[in-house]
Design a binder for this molecule. Sequence first.
Ligand SMILES: [Zn+2]
Length: 314
Amino acid sequence: MKHAAALLLWCMLTASMAGLYELEQAPPPSADSLTPLVLLTPDGPQTMTMAEYLPFALAAEMPASFGAEALKAQAVALRTLALGGHKHADADVCTDSGCCAAWLDEPALRERWGGSYDAYMAALTGAVGATDGQYLIYGGEPIQAAFHASSYRYTEDSGALWSPLPYLISVSSPETEQDAPGLISTVSVTAEAFSRALDLAPDGPPETWVQALEPDGAGRVAQAVIAGRTFSGATLRSLFGLRSTAFTLAWDGAAFTFTVSGYGHGVGMSQYGARALAAQGMDYRQILAHYYPGTDLAAWTGQTFSSPSRNTIS
Ligand SMILES: [Zn+2]
């Protein structure tokens, strides 16, 4: 009996010590898990936490295979957009990539990824966890962390498309055709389709129609003069389904051909560029400092802001 009582006491002691150990070792809750977020979906608003939102936005916006530092940079950009979101009265962000950022739910990702779901989701939650609470500020406020798929040589200046912002300026971007499939693409249209799309009434032969392509400060097409009329680069991009406004336009005797560089509006971080910079050895802080110059990386603890750290390349 003595032995049994001693054994019982020992068991109780070790159990309580184990409990104590677990208590001491339990990690503190992440800042993202303490940050409530309202996501506007096509089915209506959904309430969740930043920790629940971010991996699924990251999944929708960047291939999970892009590597840890590019994924971390993208996670910080998405967190920044969500914390600074002010486009919707009843939500922090929506699921529209053209408005806030894309987002996919678990069933959609399981269908897309199949047997790779667990591995891909682990990479994404790892990138979110490694940057817990971190976001970019300028003048003390979350920045408009715009991003796009790819740029050829240079990103676009925000002032060419929207209101100019000092941290969304044209910077170099290193991706090549080897890094980014479809970095250079072409769109060809017949003279008749070209004329109809632009509602032209040209006098001369097609080789005389395109009179000028005027570049903006980043080398993209600001506007084009065609058969005496002026069209913005953005209008031509939209009308002809071009991947960006970085294009040339030529008549080859049979068709007009747009040769287009990069994919997307070109402002802010290039995703393929982020991957290329990571491959060169940059970490996510350096990647963010490159594409959002002059910004600081701050930490949101879920309740309070910590002092920002200077987000510059050291
Ligand atoms: Zn939105």
